[in-house]
Design a protein around this ligand. Sequence first.
Ligand SMILES: Cc1ncc(COP(=O)(O)O)c(C=O)c1O
Length: 348
Amino acid sequence: MNFNLENLVRENIKRLTPYSSARKEFSGAAQIFLDANENSFGSPLEGNYHRYPDPLQTEIKREIAVLNGVQPEEIFVGNGSDEAIDLLFRIFCEPRADNALICPPTYGMYEVSAEINAVAIKRVNLTEDFRLDLPAIENAINRQTKLLFVCSPNNPTGNSFPRVEILKLTEIFGGIVIVDEAYIHFSREDSLAPEINNFKNLVVLQTFSKAWGLAGAHVGLAFANKETIAFFNRVKPPYNVSQPAQEMILQALKNAAIVERTISEIVSEREKLIEKLSDVSCVEKIYPTDANFVLVKMTDAEKIYRFLLDEKIVVRNRSRVEMCAGCLRITVGTPEENKNLLKALKKL
Ligand SMILES: Cc1ncc(COP(=O)(O)O)c(C=O)c1O
C-alpha cells in the first residue's frame, strides 16, 4: 500500500504555525533569562523549578534513542502514552468525517479519545480465542479510516499478537498503524520499535507507567519516522512533560538494571500466580498472558469482585466488557499481595 504522510495529515495541522515558546526560541548559554515571565526570585523548593522544562526533552530522547536503537528525532515524549493517543487523533482525523479502527476487547482510551475528538470508531472484535481477525479488519477499512490501533500485549486479554500479523496490517493499510506496547517489557515478543524505518506508517507506543514503575511521573513514548514525530511536536502543548517528571525519567534511565530485575520478578510471580489460581475453585479459566496482569474467568465475577473489595483487595471488574463476560483482570502483585489474594479467594 502506498503511504503518503502529507496526504494523511489534516489540512489545518499542515497549515498550523506552532506556538513558539521562549525556551524553544533561545536554547543557547545565556546567564540572564528574562524572556519567559518566570519567577526570577525562585520557588519555595530546592532545584531549578522556577524555570520551564525543556520542551523537547532532549536528554531523555538521547538516552532512549540509544536504548532502543533509534534516532532522537524518531521519539516523542509525552504526558503518558495517552497524550500520544490523543495527538494521533488530532493530527490525522478530521472530526465528523474520519474514523479509527480498534479490535475489542482492548484498551478503553482509544475510544474515549476518538469520542472527544468527534471521530467515529470502527470495531472489529478479536476472534473467540482473542486473535486478530485480519480478513475482517481488511474488510472494515475504508477511505476515511486513518488510524488502526493494535494493543500488543493487549489490555485486558493479556496476549500478544504475532509480529508478522501486525506487520501485515501495516502493509495492507494506507493509514497509520499504532502498536501500543505498554506491556511489551513483560512479553515474550520483541518490540516493533526498530521497524519504524521499514514501515513509514508505523507508530509504536510505550510507557514508563508499567515496567519502569513510574506511573506517578506519567511519561509515555511514541516511536515513528522523523516526519511523523515532527507533527507530534507541532501539535503538542509546549511544556507537556514537567521538570520533575523529566528528572525522574533521567534518574530511572540510569537505573535500568533495577528495572530489568523487577521485570524478571514480575514475570516469575505471574507464572506462580497463574499456577496457584488454577487450583482455586471459583476460577473457571485463566487466559494466556504476556503482560503484568492476568484475565481470569470466574464462576461469579460480580460477587467475587465485591467480596474481594470487602477483603480490601481491588481488582479490575471486566465482566461487563464485551467478550469478557465473567472476567476479572488481576495485576500481578508482590509475593505477599498475591498470597493474600489467593487466601481471600480460597475463603469463598
Ligand atoms: C494498553 C495501554 N496503553 C496505554 C496506557 C496508558 O499509559 P500511560 O500511563 O503512559 O498514559 C495504558 C494504561 O493502563 C494501557 O493499558
